[in-house]
Design a protein around this ligand. Structure first.
Ligand SMILES: Cc1ncc(COP(=O)(O)O)c(C=O)c1O
Ligand SMILES: N[C@@H](CCCC[NH3+])C(=O)O
Length: 447
């Protein structure tokens, strides 16, 4: 194998999984498996996850917080909405991380692998009665309450079952973030959380504490995703702690746990590097220190919970498509049609997210043309990449899209009744099928 840095521009190499290399024949390999062979064996579109990259990302989070954050104990929960399968849940548990789930489905994946339930936070803004009952039955560590309806629903279920579930109160901390409008979650008019400014968060805490039916373990906020600044994390922590002080004064209630959520950015194809996780850990340390120093009473620093999703899994995953056709329009646009598209990756259409692509078999060949990588779906907006420079690719060649590990498959659909792709997890020893390719039988079985 050759070092990738001599074959691929450094800003592109940084987007690839740790175990990806360029072989002597100039084709891409992952964990010593030729991508061309994996595509032959498992078909395309194929999503490939690199075990080593995920493991290191988990370790990096743990180490960064161990070294930079000393104010209180820390729990790192992997946000499974970014991508989950039983194998990923197992891997994350082996690395000592907990899990953030957002539905009964994600919770059942955790259950299937015997994930420690105490290490799970159950999120969502409209958890059903059945989902709440499931969480209670499984003994989930904390249910994150989003609104009054959930509070009432869970209180009733807890009374009926005689259990006292642990809960966090999700607060909309009124913190602005510099990210796509659809990715902002902590502003005053966010759909998530109890508003802070109008006193609802305070009233909810009072209600839970006075009733004593639920065990209010702490406070939670999540301000957005693809965040490159530490400011929203600091502001969220400071506002949550200020709220805690207010509630201590009025109720003598103090949180055991506090969370500024997840949302840390990853490197972009445009060459914008994500700030380090160490920086995030330092920022949390500063915010906790500052806030606690301003409190007169001597109160213990709450355990910190962080919930990274994208920054654990995005770079570990690549999508491999086969080129089916090319078309040059009279207007001069060259389309490269691939066998997947918006149904396995809605992010470009939904958020205008940018991806880049490499030719699997001709990595270091000079770019010869600018193309629009377009999917197979019946939508003009089905463009995975509007404009990317590539060597001239022919029908049958393989195209690889880096940083496809987060929020592509979890948002995949059966649009046009196309079966969903196969997903594999690789390391040097083995290739494991995480999700078999969906079949027409699977699709028809639902009718
Ligand atoms: C409550 C909560 N926690 C954590 C995350 C994970 O975000 P990210 O994948 O950007 O780290 C999200 C998603 O935005 C979220 O809504
Ligand atoms: N699905 C989004 C992130 C939403 C995270 C959940 N609040 C994305 O692709 O970036």
């Amino acid at each position: 194998m050759k070092r990738m840095s001599t074959q691929i521009a450094p800003h592109l190499a940084r987007l690839l999984p740790d175990s990806m290399e360029v072989a002597a024949d100039n084709t891409l390999h992952i964990a010593e498996h030729a991508i061309t062979e994996l595509a032959e064996r498992y078909g395309t579109p194929l999503y490939i996850f690199d075990r080593a990259t995920i493991t290191r990302a988990c370790q990096r989070y743990r180490q960064a917080f161990q070294e930079q954050y000393h104010a209180s104990p820390v729990h790192i929960l992997y946000a499974s909405k970014a991508y989950i399968s039983p194998l990923i849940a197992q891997l994350v548990a082996e690395q000592g991380l907990g899990l953030d789930v957002v539905s009964g489905g994600e919770l059942l994946v955790a259950k299937r692998v015997g994930f420690p339930m105490e290490a799970i936070s159950f999120h969502g803004n409209n958890k059903s009665e059945a989902e709440l009952r499931l969480a209670l039955q499984l003994g989930v560590g904390r249910i994150v309450l989003d609104n009054w309806h959930e509070l009432e629903r869970l209180t009733r279920i807890a009374q009926e079952s005689g259990q006292r579930p642990g809960v966090l109160l999700r607060v909309a901390p009124e913190v602005e973030t510099d990210t796509h409008r659809y990715l902002q979650t902590g502003h005053a008019s966010s759909k998530f959380g109890f508003p802070l400014g109008n006193g609802e968060a305070q009233a909810a805490i009072e209600c839970i504490v006075r009733e004593g039916i639920l065990h209010l373990r702490g406070l939670h906020a999540h301000t957005g995703t693809m965040l490159r600044e530490v400011r929203p994390y600091q502001e969220a922590l400071e506002r949550l702690l200020a709220l805690a002080v207010q509630m201590y004064t009025s109720l003598h209630w103090w949180p055991e746990e506090i969370s500024p959520g997840g949302g840390w950015a990853v490197d972009t194809p445009e060459g914008e590097a994500a700030p380090s996780v160490e920086l995030l850990a330092q920022a949390c340390q500063q915010a906790m220190e500052r806030s606690l120093a301003s409190i007169e009473a001597s109160l213990p620093a709450p355990t910190l919970i962080v919930e990274p999703g994208r920054s654990i899994i995005a770079r570990a995953g690549v999508a491999v498509y086969r080129v089916g056709a090319r078309k040059v329009t009279p207007g001069g646009i060259t389309y490269l049609f691939v066998d997947g598209g918006m149904a396995d990756n809605i992010r470009p259409a939904l958020y205008g997210a940018h991806y880049t692509a490499l030719s699997v078999a001709a990595v270091s060949r000079e770019a010869e043309e600018s193309v629009c990588v377009s999917g197979r779906y019946c939508e003009s907006g089905d463009m995975l990449i509007e404009n990317v420079a590539l060597p001239r690719m022919q029908e049958g060649e393989l195209l690889l899209l880096p940083t496809s590990g987060a929020y592509c498959l979890p948002m995949a659909s059966n649009y046009n009744l196309v079966p969903r792709p196969a997903v594999i997890l690789v390391d040097k020893q083995q290739v494991q099928v995480m999700e078999r390719r969906e079949t027409y039988e699977d699709i028809l079985a639902r009718y």
